[in-house]
Design a protein around this ligand. Structure first.
Ligand SMILES: Cc1cc2nc3c(=O)[nH]c(=O)nc-3n(C[C@H](O)[C@H](O)[C@H](O)COP(=O)(O)O)c2cc1C
Length: 478
């Protein structure tokens, strides 16, 4: 440890990063203004930005973009996507191309500008703390997200869904304006003569003519066990990890797979005591850590502090606050249905094409109801979760188990992999009011939240709304 952790006063509440854009700049800003840690979700922000521009730019993102150091790409983005007054409600959104392993610099420039604008808006005109959450699984997107966020002076990076060893190391390269690279997982089974390793690269000089020296943000990996925390401590250069978020499998969003590898007959995980981090072991590691997953009450906060944590990371309750990017009708509908007792939480082992379990809210009228999800026509064009593979000739290709079954199989994928998969890319855009429009109707929603959401302590049937500030006041109300 380089610093004496005892002497540092940290906020006790991290508002968890929630993608796609559920925790956008408004929520992160509201939390940071209250003196806690506000976190934007970095994933998919390039397509979020271009859809907002096609809707006439209701939040004036163009103002934030006008501060981005590469105004050429900003002009290109606005020329191509901004539509004054917005496109008609039945017109499909234009899409950005999917990033491959070696995407054109233009795509990295667009993503970096999008993330810059999000962090810029979250941080504008105050000194509160704003972080960015990323999923380690989304390797083809992470470096451009990190670079854009760092150009906007993001304070910390929180990274889950994977083992972010490379990312921790590469942040300092980006800060120094040097080429950063991440090793990419590739299915090489179809190719008899593959190379050993494949890397995704980002060269800051391809994004900016003279990349500036940037501060290195704090770095908090999300771990589900103390064993993973110990591995990361061992593998990552000393000083690169600031602390950990220790997440239980009852948290909203993606969860770690069960350590015992047990699934029920529906393919959903069965967790046991091995999925709980041992906090005495966490304390031995001597990093600050925050507890996440069902820590959403003043008693939980006190309990976490008593057990030696620096505080708690809370997601689900914040996701329904007025400042989240769910449309107002959505938060009102969800809060009402929860208070009526009409919502169940399922830990779904199949729906996410990442293969990680994903918490799904069973809400009438959404694709969270399995029968509805199975009727969805499969279309895969956002592509954030595509898996990379080599064909027989050694060409790099991508496929997603949520794409149409025939095309997945034609790419050498196994049919069993496609069973009961939903399309989280399209559903999560639908959740925030940016559903793709299809000739047969809009893409449907799949909401996520942790197990404890059914005991939602805020909002009511009479008044189904609350603010981020009320969440924080509630958490400190003891
Ligand atoms: C709507 C929603 C989306 C989430 N998305 C992400 C995500 O993109 N990345 C991530 O690391 N965690 C994600 N999470 C997890 C939160 O960051 C947080 O750790 C978790 O919600 C804490 O547990 P709780 O849900 O019991 O409050 C998400 C949670 C929710 C409710």
């Amino acid at each position: 440890m380089l610093v004496n952790q005892e002497t540092i006063q940290r906020p006790k509440i991290i508002q968890g990063g929630m993608g796609v854009s559920v925790s956008g700049w408004k929520l992160a800003r509201a939390v940071a203004l209250k003196g806690e840690i506000g976190v934007i979700s970095g994933i998919c922000l390039d397509n979020v930005m271009v859809r907002e521009l096609q809707n006439g730019d209701p939040e004036n993102r163009r103002e934030a973009l006008s501060h981005y150091p590469d105004q050429n790409i900003v002009e290109e983005i606005i020329d191509e996507f901004y539509v004054e007054g917005g496109i008609p409600p039945d017109q499909p959104y234009k899409l950005l191309p999917i990033h491959g392993v070696e995407p054109p610099a233009r795509l990295q420039r667009i993503l970096s500008a999008a993330v810059f604008s999000e962090v810029f808006m979250a941080k504008h005109n105050h000194h509160g703390i704003v972080g960015m959450n990323l999923l380690s699984k989304l390797k083809r997107y992470s470096l451009a997200c990190l670079y854009g966020a760092m150009l906007a002076d993001v304070d910390l990076i929180i990274m889950g869904a994977g083992i972010p060893v490379d990312e921790a190391e590469q942040i300092s390269n980006l800060a120094a304006g040097k080429v950063a690279k991440l090793s990419i997982d590739i299915d090489k089974s179809a190719c008899s003569n593959p190379y050993d390793s494949y890397f995704y690269e980002l060269d800051p000089e391809a994004l900016l003519p003279s990349p500036p020296e940037l501060p290195v943000p704090d770095f908090y990996p999300i771990v589900s066990t103390d064993t993973l925390a110990r591995i990361l401590d061992h593998k990552i250069t000393e000083g690169m990890i600031t602390g950990f978020v220790v997440e239980r499998p009852i948290a909203g969003g993606h969860n770690a797979p069960p350590r015992n590898k047990q699934y029920d007959d529906q393919g959903n995980p069965i967790y046991d005591h091995r999925d709980q981090a041992r906090l005495d072991k966490m304390l031995e590691l001597d990093y600050p850590f925050y507890l996440a997953g069902g820590f959403g009450s003043p008693e939980d906060l006190q309990d976490a502090l008593d057990r030696g944590a620096s505080g708690i990371q809370v997601g689900s309750i914040f996701s329904l606050a007025r400042e989240s990017n769910y449309p107002v009708e959505t938060t009102e509908r969800l809060i009402t249905e929860i208070h009526r007792g009409n919502v169940r939480v399922r830990t779904d082992g199949r729906v996410s094409s990442t293969g990680f379990p994903f918490k799904v809210l069973e809400v009438e009228g959404t694709l969270g109801i399995i029968e509805n999800m199975l009727q969805r026509r499969r279309v895969c064009e956002l592509g954030y979760l595509k898996q990379i593979y080599l064909d027989e000739a050694g060409n790099i290709k991508h496929r997603c188990p949520s794409e149409p079954v025939a095309s997945y199989k034609a790419k050498g994928g196994k049919e069993a992999e496609t069973e009961r998969r939903g399309c989280l890319c399209n559903a999560l855009f639908a959740n925030i009011g940016l559903a793709q429009r299809r000739p047969w109707g809009n893409e449907g929603e799949i909401f996520t939240a942790g197990d404890e959401i059914v005991n939602l302590p805020l909002g009511s049937l009479e008044n189904p709304e609350y603010t981020a500030s009320e969440v924080i006041d509630y958490l400190y109300s003891k």
